[in-house]
Ligand binder design. Structure first.
Ligand code: RIB
Ligand code: CA
Length: 308
């Protein structure tokens, strides 16, 4: 099996947490670092939550660093409504033992990319990656693949036009999509096909492990949020789709596209216009189109159950 050297750029975030725990217990991946960014919660929360998750996974070998605290563009801040006031469902946690790397997250991205070609999974706002591309363009061709959860082909989830990760920092997203690195995009119309139910949460809890219990406890308030917003308790696994793409590259049906990010407009700011013209079939930007949720859930349960 070939092992993918990976950096996860993230704003944990309950669905980020599931994606991270999946990645940290998958032999196909060598996660060398997690870089935090402001998004679901302020950077102080997302960086601490990344430390918590690395502790929970027993992966003291993984570098954790704090990246950008502010988006490149202007934004409003997310409420605690979606992921809780601490960003992880407001559970009780001990102080994490994993310490933050003293370097800024963007410096960690640069240093690791200069060491060896690396894949990046970006499951929060794209601020860190935009600053990396602007400050260190020489590392762009060291990125083997950039898998992004973000955008929407049809309807957003913060405004009718914009999905959260893009909405939070549209200027950063525009910079990221203007670079030459190969991008695989998982937009909302793909991620909404992947979800967990109360049955999955009960299966996690029945494992009798700390990881299983924490997954169930984090997902419970997130399911309640989904019930209020979407009138069902299907918990959408947005960020895990970016990791799943690396674990089973043939599982998600994809097509070549060109992506335009709207940074202006009273109503359209943060929109992603995904052009699926047949002449883009060989584009360096691919978009996820279809996924089998049962196959994804089976793999997720196997990897979460493998934590002891
Ligand atoms: O729109 C979904 C994205 O926004 C996910 O990354 C979720 O964690 C939130 O950050
Ligand atoms: Ca996220």
């Amino acid at each position: 099996m070939s092992v993918t050297r990976l950096i996860i750029d993230t704003d944990p975030g309950v669905d980020d947490a599931i994606a991270i725990l999946l990645a940290l217990n998958s032999p196909e991946l060598n996660v060398v670092a997690i870089t935090a960014v402001a998004g679901n919660s302020p950077l102080s929360d997302t960086a601490r939550n990344a430390r918590r998750l690395v502790d929970l996974a027993g992966r003291a070998d993984v570098v954790v660093a704090a990246g950008c605290a502010e988006p490149i563009g202007k934004t409003e801040y997310a409420s605690g409504e979606v992921h809780g006031n601490d960003g992880l469902g407001d559970l009780e946690w001990d102080e994490p033992t994993t310490q933050l790397d003293p370097r800024h997250g963007v410096e960690v991205l640069r240093d690791l990319l200069l060491e060896a070609p690396t894949t990046i999974v970006a499951i929060g706002p794209l601020t860190n990656l935009a600053v990396l591309a602007q400050r260190y363009p020489e590392v762009i061709d060291h990125v083997e693949q950039l898998v992004v959860m973000g955008g929407a082909s049809f309807e957003g989830n913060v405004t009718p036009a914009a999905e959260f990760n893009i909405w939070f920092d549209p200027e950063a997203a525009a910079i990221v999509f203007a670079q030459s690195w190969p991008i695989t995009l998982m937009p909302l119309d793909l991620t909404h096909q992947a979800f967990l139910t109360d049955e999955d949460l009960a299966t996690f809890r029945a494992l009798g492990t700390e990881v299983g219990r924490r997954c169930a406890d984090m997902l419970e308030p997130y399911a309640t949020f989904h019930e209020r917003w979407y009138n069902n308790r299907n918990v959408i696994m947005h960020d895990a789709m970016a990791v799943y793409e690396l674990l089973r590259p043939d599982a998600i049906v994809k097509q070549g596209v060109v992506v335009h990010v709207e940074t202006e407009g009273q109503h359209g700011r943060g929109a992603t216009f995904i052009d699926r013209g047949f002449h883009y079939a060989d584009s360096t930007v691919q978009v996820g189109v279809r996924v089998n949720n049962d196959e994804f859930r089976t793999l997720l349960h196997q990897r979460i159950a493998n934590y002891n």
